[in-house]
Design a protein around this ligand. Structure first.
Ligand code: ATP
Ligand code: MG
Length: 258
């Protein structure tokens, strides 16, 4: 292996190369991803933006091992997902990837504390001192110390999503993928959740990849990647809501940039 290869893979939390995803076949086939190559660097907050139907969720699902590519390759760190059997893929999703969805997906019969540690409990991971300390720090960061023994139904939507965020980071995964995590929240709760994701990246050296179609949400990221018609069409460093909005306007419903 050449040194160049080693250098490029260092510091990469996840990536896809020449990713193609075709849903269905024949006349009804939809090419949701049409040759996307993108790297999600470790320790960074990346947002994926693009018009509805541009392939954002498909890209996230394939990069996270929730769905498989038609061709091309997806990696978490140096592990190529397409080379794993079902059991190894399940383990990888459990141990190395965290998820936050638009619907909070908490277990209604478990308390806040139990929901947060659920992935580790399912994995049968021992609550060693380091992980107990980590979970404890997370509880403070998401501001849920006084709600630990409540059930999800006793919390506001914003609080529930903060539990989901804590749960996603609890197992110290290589990367947390979030698909429209603020889609069901009012703007203030949304800001809290976005602030949390940003702090996890900047203060706790975590990696976040977030799908959104809200320019204000995207502005919390270090970098925005833009999809149109299943292709990567642009990237923007240090985004502001205004610049992201301008870039989105350029798509102008045509799918492709003007
Ligand atoms: N399971 C599926 N079967 C068939 N087509 C699908 C399936 N999932 C997605 N698609 C199609 O693939 C394309 C990309 O969909 P995707 O959900 O990735 O878009 P998106 O950018 O996340 O859109 P949105 O902003 O509306 O969530 C769309 O044309 C969609 O209709
Ligand atoms: Mg989507």
């Amino acid at each position: 292996m050449s040194t160049t290869t080693v250098t490029t893979s260092t510091g990469t939390a996840a990536r896809v190369a020449d990713a193609v995803k075709v849903y269905g076949s024949g006349d009804t086939a939809v090419r949701a991803l049409d040759g996307v190559s993108v790297t999600f660097p470790a320790g960074r907050f990346t947002a994926i933006m693009g018009p509805s139907g541009s392939g954002k969720s498909t890209l996230m699902h394939c990069a996270a091992g929730l769905d498989t590519l038609t061709s091309g390759a997806a990696f978490i760190g140096d592990t190529e997902l397409g080379r794993l059997d079902d059991r190894r893929l399940t383990l990888l999703r459990r141990d190395r990837v965290g998820f936050v969805f638009q619907a909070f997906n908490l277990v209604p019969t478990l308390t806040v504390a139990e929901n947060i540690t659920l992935p580790m409990d399912l994995a049968g991971r021992r609550a060693d001192a380091a992980s107990a300390e980590w979970t404890d720090a997370l509880v403070d960061i998401v501001g849920l110390r006084d709600r630990l023994h409540h059930l999800p139904a006793e919390l506001s939507g914003g609080q529930q999503q903060r539990v989901a965020v804590a749960r996603a980071f609890a197992g110290r995964p290589d990367v947390v993928f979030a698909d429209e995590p603020t889609g069901n929240l009012d703007s203030r709760s949304g800001e809290e959740v976005l602030g949390l994701l940003g702090r996890a990246v900047r203060r706790m050296d975590r990696t976040v990849v977030m799908v959104t179609h809200d320019p204000v949400a995207a502005a919390h990221a270090d970098e925005v990647v833009f999809l149109a018609d299943g292709r990567l069409v642009d990237r923007m460093e240090s985004p502001t809501a205004e610049r992201v909005l301008d870039r989105m306007k350029a798509f102008d419903g045509k799918g492709a940039p003007s």
